[in-house]
Ligand binder design. Structure first.
Ligand code: AMP
Length: 507
């Protein structure tokens, strides 16, 4: 059966521009310098306002990706797709857009990509028409053998339409010899490696799938008779859905008019969710692994105060990411918590700016010192993580300029020494501060009076685990340890592809 598809919202964006060079890196017109997805996914099955509910869910997941979003719905006859650059609220709050997304089932995606030209054809959900019908997919994560598979596909005659790693899933699905769509999807995901939380839509079912060790999150909710799938519980809360459970690692859930059916297509393995969800990624009010992220982040501050006390007058968070840990640090140390930095909420996340010059400007636009609580004081600054060190360096200067006597930097996670390949945007080793400097070097770079990071075991303890089990680590923590939990096939060649455009790579 073939499905008709409307794509009224699709507009070409920037495709005509040529390559540009920023800080020595060349980004081609085809987009990113590497495959990089850092996203939020949502889906609802059997609801009269499926598209509107999906838009709300995506809005709650906006922190997971602000570059673009898309919704695909199915109305019993046709699939409808709207994919737009920009924020959910700017694109999906208008009745006329939502009215075009007809039907009682819909899935959606927020995309975050960091460098190069954003392309509408990379915006998800991706859709394809195969001989079992239409199939739409929204993916959070990153496949670490996507380039390798893609090269093979192209040399066997496949035509690729996006530069997204997710597209290989559609090709593998379409080539599968299995009869049923679910079996085909299982066939496809057995061939990929890396991380994925998928929400898929066909003409009669919604499917959720998590990679064998559950690196990226995915939860199941109920809204009356409707089923919901979402990256985080905060997206259930916004639509008033009740949390049922997490999709487990290696599980595929199939939701139809008959209810939810669970498949376990992989050999049983222990879960290893990404520890960075607790540190930075998830929204503080989300519940991950049974505990609120907010409580865990506060606990990271408590732990940090125990490991790296400071003689000071005030504890000041770098907002918003440092706030919960600063509350914990203040409680444990007895030093008062003060909002010594005011954040302008109308500027996007610093990291979202794709080039270094703009990123630096972003920090200035975003943060102002509240001098009344800084002047004459010894200040402990708390942030959740250091990536390039841009934020810390700027903020230390800001606080000194506001009259601080001393500035002590405390980071509620360990030094990030290794890049991520599973959907978190951390740059290559060359740009990671902690991969290039020791503690004293970093302190000097930031021009802080002292600097300390939370230990790896401190993070585990904050999450409620006594210590890291080095033989079977309970979390995916490669950013701090270099212990990558999956194969990294695309990285294993002589010249790993991370700095190349995907299309340049395949010639
Ligand atoms: P940097 O200025 O490069 O050291 O980045 C550190 C800041 O970026 C901290 O305030 C973090 O809260 C934030 N951050 C850390 N990891 C990420 C990420 N993957 N995406 C966006 N922001 C991040």
């Amino acid at each position: 059966m073939t499905q008709a598809m409307t794509e009224a919202g699709d507009t070409l964006f920037n495709e005509a521009r040529g390559g540009i060079t920023i800080d020595g890196l060349t980004f081609t017109r085809y987009g990113d310098d590497r495959l990089r997805e850092e996203c939020g996914v949502f889906g609802i099955f059997n609801h009269q306002d499926a598209a509107a509910i999906t838009a709300l869910g995506l809005h709650a997941l906006q922190h997971r990706g602000q570059e673009a979003s898309g919704i695909v719905s199915y109305d019993g006859r046709k699939f409808h797709s709207e994919r737009r650059m920009g924020l959910v609220g700017d694109n999906f709050s208008k009745a006329r857009v939502l009215e075009r997304l007809k039907g009682r089932m819909a899935i959606g995606h927020n995309r975050y990509s960091t460098t190069g030209d954003p392309l509408i054809r990379n915006v998800q959900p991706l859709f394809c028409d195969i001989d079992t019908g239409g199939f739409a997919v929204a993916h959070n994560g990153n496949l670490t053998n996507a380039l390798t598979i893609r090269r093979e596909l192209i040399s066997s005659g496949a035509i690729c339409h996006s530069t997204s790693d997710t597209e290989v899933i559609l090709h593998l699905l379409s080539r599968s010899k299995k009869r049923r769509t679910v079996e085909r999807l299982i066939d496809a995901i057995r061939q990929v490696e890396g991380s994925y939380a998928l929400v898929c839509l066909t003409n009669d079912m919604m499917i959720g799938a998590r990679d064998p060790i559950g690196i990226r999150p995915l939860v199941i909710g109920r809204l009356g008779p409707s089923y919901v799938l979402a990256s985080e519980t905060c997206a259930l809360d916004i639509v008033g859905a009740e949390f049922v459970r997490e999709v487990e690692n290696g599980e595929v859930v199939v939701i139809t008019d008959d209810g939810l059916e669970s498949h376990r297509p992989f050999p049983k393995r222990a879960a290893r969710p990404c520890i960075f969800e607790y540190i930075y990624f998830s929204r503080p009010d989300s519940i991950v692994g049974g505990r609120t992220v907010y409580e865990i982040r506060k606990q990271m501050g408590v732990q940090l105060a125990r490991e790296a006390a400071a003689d000071a007058d005030v504890i000041v968070p770098i907002p918003d990411s440092g706030v919960p840990a600063a509350i914990g640090f203040s409680r444990e140390s007895g030093i008062p918590f003060e909002l010594g930095i005011i954040r302008n909420h109308y500027v996007g996340r610093t990291f979202i700016e794709p080039e270094q010059r703009i990123r630096q400007l972003g920090v200035k636009l975003k943060h102002s010192a509240n001098s009344s609580v800084i002047r004459g004081n010894r200040v402990v600054l708390i942030d959740d993580s250091v990536v390039r060190g841009t934020t810390s360096k700027k903020i230390v200067q800001l606080i000194r300029d506001a009259g601080a006597k001393e500035v002590h930097m405390r980071i509620s996670s360990p030094p990030i020494t290794h890049p991520d390949f599973y959907g978190i945007d951390t740059p290559s080793k060359r740009d990671l501060l902690a991969a290039n400097m020791d503690l004293e070097g970093m302190r000097a770079f930031m021009e802080a009076d002292s600097l300390a990071f939370l230990s790896v075991n401190g993070i585990y303890r904050s999450i409620g685990v006594d210590a890291r089990d080095d033989r079977n680590p309970q979390f995916t923590d490669h950013c701090f340890t270099g212990d990558y939990p999956t194969e990294l096939t695309d990285q294993s060649g002589e010249s790993p592809p991370r700095q190349l455009s995907l299309l340049a790579e395949v010639g």
